[in-house]
Every structure is written in structure tokens, then in C-alpha cells.
Write a protein that binds this ligand. Structure first.
Ligand SMILES: Cc1cc2nc3c(=O)[nH]c(=O)nc-3n(C[C@H](O)[C@H](O)[C@H](O)COP(=O)(O)OP(=O)(O)OC[C@H]3O[C@@H](n4cnc5c(N)ncnc54)[C@H](O)[C@@H]3O)c2cc1C
Ligand code: SF4
Length: 453
């Protein structure tokens, strides 16, 4: 694990930042990083399934980016046909297991559920989806078959949700797929980014193994486009290319920083990869700058690692936050304080951050303005969680970009005739796992039609 705090030393000096591992016992950490939404047992699932009205033209299905037939899979749960139910889910969303854990259902299917009224609550679609799919992964049951070999070869760059969904669907159509993946493990942010309490017990790798078990997918981990292989070479050697690169760079804070100001996603990646969370260095006072899912995740996980005080500062209001209302409440119930309408103007400290100065903001005619009101927040650690950006060097200016992301049409095709793209790296997405999976699926169908023509 890289040393994220090289300058903190032993912490003996009076002004040294208070950063240390082991703020909580192993037992406390284990309890804090258990399943956020424990799975339903059979009686609970049957009661929940009975709450569904099995709506015609179900709004929950329309709200699902992958278009899962939600009443259809719930109906099969009622008749104890879990394999059929899982098949309904996974045939539309091959990562239906992960999405059951991480989808912000409160702004997708469950928000659209007709039971979602002031007097009632929506059907717990996410938990039912998990109930139906977990047995498939636990038993390693094969549901899908590799198609008869076509002899066509497709390069998939990136082994995250977009790349894996594309690879699996291409394998179902009988194409030979090679996945080129920069990281040493597959899964992308499912493996390195999603909050640890949303995907416990190595579920991300279990799901990856199950996806690969279809066959016909060769994996080359530790191979990066732009370093080990070029786009021109892939276009030459393969019949089609899919790009699911994700966003590899972190946006700049816009003020000069000091040691102790960290990228939230780097720390989260370490947290996800360590076997022993008690060895992670944790600040006593943690300030998080940002308003999306990453900000909430680093704040909540810092608290659950034992940080004494955690503050999120966001430059706009609660309604503008990328994190849903549920996520904001999750932070607050974990003791995180959220401060709206302020942005950082200076990082203070002598060789290491000790405080951040903020200026209050407001919106006028749609423009974010500074108000001239200031406040300072003490910090041992500051996490930047202000969004990520595409690293476009590997694309060698060969593709059309817009606002720093790859332009695609409604079939995920880029400006090049033999290159498709999907997931976070494309323009117009909503940066969710479920949307990345849908992009990969749509692209694979389009590639399949292209190869058959
Ligand atoms: C901290 C955090 C928490 C999140 N929490 C949630 C959540 O709770 N729910 C939710 O729905 N979404 C969440 N998201 C968003 C979700 O994780 C992403 O939308 C999703 O992972 C995007 O999938 P992807 O395949 O496009 O990219 P990624 O998951 O980023 O995968 C990209 C893959 O490409 C590889 N790669 C990158 N560059 C190269 C290269 N040059 N050559 C070869 N391979 C390369 C990487 O190794 C990686 O495997 C979260 C994101 C973050 C950062
Ligand atoms: S909207 Fe709600 S009640 Fe209607 S089918 Fe979907 S889950 Fe069932």
C-alpha cells in the first residue's frame, strides 16, 4: 500500500497532524464495514414481493437504465422460481448482482414505484434483486452460453462494468474477446471505488469470475492503452474496438495544496484493497471537499474508520449535490456534518495541511458567486472529491471529444467506424455502474450487427 502521508512522521511535534492507524479495534471496524443493506431471507422476500402491484407498463422498469422486467422477476420470486427470476434480471443486466447492492434505487426504480407515496414506501426492488441473484453467484450457476464461434475478434479496453458487460455480450454472440485492462484486477471501480460496506465479502471478484466463466474472453491485466498498446494497433489487429476507460484523472482543486491533501479515490482504492483496515492511517479531523458519491463515501468511511470529526463542504446546495438524498442522510446518520454553499480558497499549514479557508457562495442568474464571507476549518487530512476526468492521451486525438469525454451516438459508436465506447468515459452519461453496464450491452449489440453485415 503506498504511503499516503509521507510527511507526518511520528506525530511527536506539538503541531503535527493527528493521523494514525488503529483508531478503532478490529471488532469495531468489522462491525462498521458489514453489509449496509443486509440481504432478505425467504419470508421477508416473499412478503416484500407480495407488495408489488405487477403494474402494466411498469414505471420501475422504465426507470431502470438497463430495462429489467421488474414485475416479471418479482412475480418469479413469489413462485419460488429464483433461477428464472435471476435469468430475467441478468439477461438485461449482467451485473445485476452488483447493481442490487450499489444502484441509487431511491432515484431510479424505487423512486418510480407507484407505491412510493406519502402513506407508503416503494417496493424494495434492490433487495429483491439481490435475493434473486445471490444464489446464482454462490453456486456459480451458468445461465448463459457462449455462441458458436464467429472467428471475429474484438478488443475491449477497460475491465470495469462497461468493458465487462460488453465482453460478456460479445461472447454470447460467439466473438473472441480480449480485455486490455490497466489495473491488476478486473472490475474497475466495483473493485477499487465503491464503498466497502456496499460490496462485502469480495463480491466484485466473485461476480467477475462468474461473468468470465462464459468463456471466449481473454484477459490481459496490467496492459494499458497508450503505454503498452496503441489504438491504431488495436484497430489494425481486431475487427472492432470497445473503449471503457473510465475516468483516470482527478479534477484540480484550483488552490495550491500541501501534503495531507489527498485524492479521495486513491485512499478509497487502498481501503478496498487492504486485508486489514486497522492499518490504514486515519486523520482525527477530516475535511472533504465535494458533493458527489465519492465525497459521501470517503466521509462515511473515514468516520467508520474512527475519524473524530468529518466535515463535507460543498459549493452549492443540497438539491445540487450529485449524491442522492439517501446518501446525504447516510452521511449525516454517520455523524458527518455537511456544509453547503462554500468553496475552498486556501489550504493552510506549515509543511502539512492544518486548515482550509473557505468563502461562502450563492447562485445568481444561474452563476455561482462568491459572497465575501469567510470561515476556516481545521483539518489533519483533506480529501478532494470534486470529480474525475478522462485521460485522453491514449486516444491520440483520433476520436471526437466534447467537454473532455468521448462523443458517441445512441448505439455507443464513436466518430470512428470500428470503435465504440461506453461508461464514465463517454459524454452524456450519469456515471453510475448500471449505466456503464447498459452502454457495454448496447455497444456489443451494435458491434455484433456491424460484424454480421
Ligand atoms: C468512489 C466512487 C463511488 C461510487 N459509488 C457508486 C455507487 O455506489 N453506485 C453506482 O452506481 N456508481 C458508483 N460509482 C460510479 C461507478 O463506479 C462508475 O460509474 C462505473 O464504475 C463506471 O464503469 P466504467 O467501466 O465506465 O469505468 P471504471 O469502473 O472506472 O473502469 C475503467 C477500467 O478501465 C481500465 N483502464 C483505464 N485506463 C486504461 C487504459 N489506458 N488502458 C487499459 N485499461 C484502462 C481501468 O483499469 C478500469 O478497470 C462510484 C464511483 C466512485 C469513484
Ligand atoms: S412500480 Fe412498484 S408496484 Fe409497480 S411493478 Fe414496479 S415495483 Fe411493482
Amino acid at each position: 500500500m503506498p504511503n499516503l502521508f509521507p510527511s507526518t512522521g511520528s506525530g511527536m511535534s506539538k503541531n503535527a497532524p493527528d493521523i494514525r492507524p488503529g483508531r478503532l479495534s478490529r471488532e469495531e471496524i468489522d462491525a462498521n464495514f458489514g453489509d449496509l443493506h443486509p440481504p432478505l431471507d425467504r419470508p421477508e422476500a416473499l412478503i416484500e414481493a407480495d407488495r408489488c402491484y405487477f403494474c402494466y407498463d411498469a414505471p420501475c422498469t422504465t426507470a431502470c437504465p438497463t430495462g429489467i422486467d421488474i414485475p416479471g422477476f418479482i412475480q418469479k420470486i413469489r413462485s419460488d422460481n429464483l433461477r428464472g427470476s435471476a435469468n430475467t434480471i441478468l439477461s438485461e443486466n449482467i451485473m445485476g448482482g452488483m447493481c442490487a447492492r450499489v444502484c441509487p434505487t431511491e432515484v431510479l426504480c424505487e423512486e418510480a414505484c407507484v407505491r412510493n407515496t406519502h402513506e407508503d414506501k416503494p417496493v424494495e426492488i434492490g433487495l429483491l434483486q439481490r435475493y434473486a441473484t445471490d444464489p446464482i453467484f454462490d453456486a456459480g450457476t451458468e445461465l448463459f452460453e457462449r455462441g458458436a464461434t464467429t472467428g471475429k475478434r474484438v478488443a475491449v479496453v477497460g475491465g470495469g462494468p462497461a468493458g465487462l458487460a460488453c465482453a460478456h455480450r460479445l461472447a454470447m454472440h460467439g466473438h473472441d474477446v480480449v480485455v486490455f485492462n490497466r489495473d491488476t484486477k478486473l472490475g474497475g471501480l466495483n473493485e477499487y471505488g465503491i464503498a466497502a460496506y456496499k460490496t462485502v465479502d469480495e463480491f466484485a471478484q466473485k461476480e467477475v469470475d462468474w461473468i468470465l466463466s462464459i468463456g471466449g474472453i481473454e484477459v490481459r491485466n496490467g496492459v494499458a492503452l497508450g503505454e503498452d498498446v496503441t489504438l491504431a494497433e488495436l484497430r489494425e489487429d481486431y475487427d472492432a474496438v470497445f473503449l471503457g476507460l473510465g475516468l483516470g484523472a482527478v479534477n484540480d482543486l484550483g488552490v495550491e495544496t500541501l501534503p495531507g491533501v489527498l485524492n479521495a479515490i486513491d485512499y478509497i482504492a487502498d481501503l478496498r484493497q487492504t486485508d486489514d483496515k486497522t492499518v490504514l492511517p486515519v486523520g482525527k479531523r477530516v475535511v472533504v471537499i465535494g458533493g458527489g458519491m465519492t465525497a459521501i463515501d470517503i466521509a462515511v468511511q473515514s468516520r467508520r474508520l474512527g475519524a473524530g470529526r468529518v466535515d463535507i463542504v460543498y459549493r452549492r446546495g443540497p438539491e445540487h449535490m450529485g449524491a442522492s438524498r439517501f446518501e446525504q442522510e447516510l452521511a449525516q446518520t454517520n455523524g458527518v456534518r455537511i456544509h453547503y454553499w462554500a468553496q475552498p480558497i486556501a489550504v493552510q499549514g506549515d509543511g502539512h495541511v492544518s486548515a482550509v479557508e473557505f468563502e461562502r457562495t450563492r447562485i445568481e442568474n444561474g452563476k455561482l458567486l462568491r459572497t465575501g464571507g469567510f470561515f476556516t476549518m481545521e483539518a489533519d487530512v483533506v480529501f478532494k472529491a470534486i470529480g474525475q476526468a478522462l485521460v485522453d492521451e491514449p486516444l491520440s486525438n483520433a476520436l471526437e471529444l466534447d467537454h473532455g469525454r468521448i462523443v458517441v451516438d445512441d448505439q455507443q459508436k464513436t466518430s470512428l467506424d470500428d470503435v465504440w465506447a461506453g461508461g464514465d468515459c463517454v459524454r452524456g452519461g450519469d456515471d453510475l455502474t448500471v449505466s456503464a453496464v447498459q452502454h457495454g450491452k448496447v455497444a456489443a449489440e451494435s458491434i455484433n450487427r456491424h460484424l454480421a453485415a
